[in-house]
Design a protein around this ligand. Structure first.
Ligand code: CAA
Length: 384
């Protein structure tokens, strides 16, 4: 066993750290306040090759491993989780899903520009459309329908809480083709946002990750060519589950970054702030908090890296990704609350960043499978 990162991993980590400090930190408070999508930052991430990190270079990607992805996600999420969720959805849910299960034409047409993050000089990213008003955790209860019309499908329905909702050019949409078949009647489709019948509704006004753009998307008689179905007929639910297993490594690393970002800010502040005649780091009440934060953050990091390593080794990572996600997201929430507490009154105001990290942490316990769903996955796996 070797806990040492390779030279290449260290370089990627350092590039992501520099990017976060130089490109994401300036304006992060304002973007959060104004709910402004970080388009400029995402375009620069694309230039760095971070929008299709794990995609084979023959499809426009950077050919890096999942460990590199975890390291980059952590660094960027320390500073701006709105940037990192956009990056995570494009990398894990869209590019990975297409590379693993798309056919050659789909990869040439869609994956290549998605992995590059740009097309014709403009942003080109994707979104993953599974959740519905009545199908969040209960994801098999899809109400969106895709009626088989011979050479095409007719898509109707509504998808909720869609990350990259208005910024994405391409949607991967799960829809029910044959209700009688339950989860085996679900298909996954590649849908272009500018096709007739696709409507992007107003942006959600959220507690956290306010820079990321989250929308409801509606489909009214959208004609989807047969060649845009991913995989065999009825593969859609398995496609969603398998893709989400990798997505959960991305969100676990996002949560890890929020937690380690909050921890680092708490350490810095406790070295500067004086109370009762000494820096507050010298008070045991603060030291114990910092010790617990450091321990939990390290445990979360190891779980994220183990899940990534299992994926890179071609092993089944369903269990390890759910463990990483539930532990990292709960660590993020707890650590961010404690970091606010260490900052006292300053923690409650925007310029110290920890209140934003606390708000951003919450969603990591909800999206890409709530903590309860992760426990279902873990419970089933250990009892198998
Ligand atoms: N890999 C492959 N197949 C899987 C699988 C996996 N990980 N998990 C389930 N399946 C298969 C099952 O084997 C079963 O197939 P068979 O009938 O052939 O055996 C089929 O899928 C149905 O599975 P279940 O009976 O286990 O389904 P369930 O209704 O009990 O649900 C669940 C299981 C784990 C709760 C699942 O519904 C789930 O993960 N829900 C959460 C959905 C989720 O994560 N949503 C996030 C939305 S995306 C998002 O947030 C993106 C964003 O914008 C940030």
């Amino acid at each position: 066993m070797n806990f040492q990162l390779s030279e290449e991993h260290l370089m990627i980590q350092s590039a992501a750290r520099d990017f976060a400090r130089n490109e994401c930190l300036p304006g992060v408070i304002e973007r959060d306040e104004l709910q402004r999508f970080p388009k400029e930052q995402i375009m620069k991430l694309a230039e760095l090759g971070f929008m299709g990190m794990m995609v084979d270079p023959q499809y426009g990607g950077s050919g890096m491993d999942t460990v590199s992805y975890v390291l980059a996600m952590e660094e960027i999420s320390k500073i701006d989780a709105s940037v990192s969720v956009c990056m995570s959805v494009n990398n894990s849910l869209v590019c990975w899903g297409l590379e693993a299960y798309g056919n050659e034409e789909q990869k040439q047409k869609y994956l290549t520009p998605l992995a590059q993050g740009t097309k014709d000089g403009d942003l080109y990213i994707g979104a993953f459309l599974l959740s519905e008003p009545e199908a969040g955790s209960d994801a098999t209860s899809q109400r969106t329908t895709a009626e088989d019309k011979g050479d095409h499908y007719l898509l109707n329905g509504t998808k909720n809480w869609i990350t990259n909702g208005s910024s994405a050019s391409v949607y991967l949409v799960m829809a029910q083709t044959d209700e009688g078949k339950g989860s085996k009647g679900i298909n996954a489709f590649i849908v272009e946002k500018n096709w007739p019948g696709v409507t992007v509704s107003a942006k959600e006004n959220k507690l956290g990750i306010r820079g990321s753009d989250t929308h409801t998307i509606m489909f009214t008689d959208v004609v989807v060519p047969k060649e845009n179905r991913i995989g065999e007929d009825g593969f859609g639910f398995k496609f969603a589950m398998k893709t989400l297993a990798g997505g959960r490594i991305g969100i676990a690393s996002q949560a890890l970054g929020i937690a380690s970002g909050a921890f680092e800010l708490a350490v810095k502040y406790s070295k500067e702030r004086k109370a009762f005649g000494k820096e507050i780091m010298h008070h045991q009440a603060i030291q114990f908090k910092l010790a617990d934060m450091a321990t939990k953050v390290e445990a979360a990091r190891l779980l994220c890296l183990k899940a990534a390593w299992e994926k890179d080794q071609g092993k089944d990572y369903t269990l390890s990704s759910s463990m990483a996600k539930v532990f990292s997201s709960e660590t993020a929430m707890w650590t961010a609350i404690e970091a606010v507490q260490v900052h006292g009154g300053y923690g409650f105001v925007k310029e110290y960043h920890v209140e934003r990290l606390m708000r951003d942490a919450k969603i990591t316990q909800i999206y890409e499978g709530t903590s309860e769903v992760q426990r279902i996955v873990i419970g089933r796996a250990i009892l198998q």
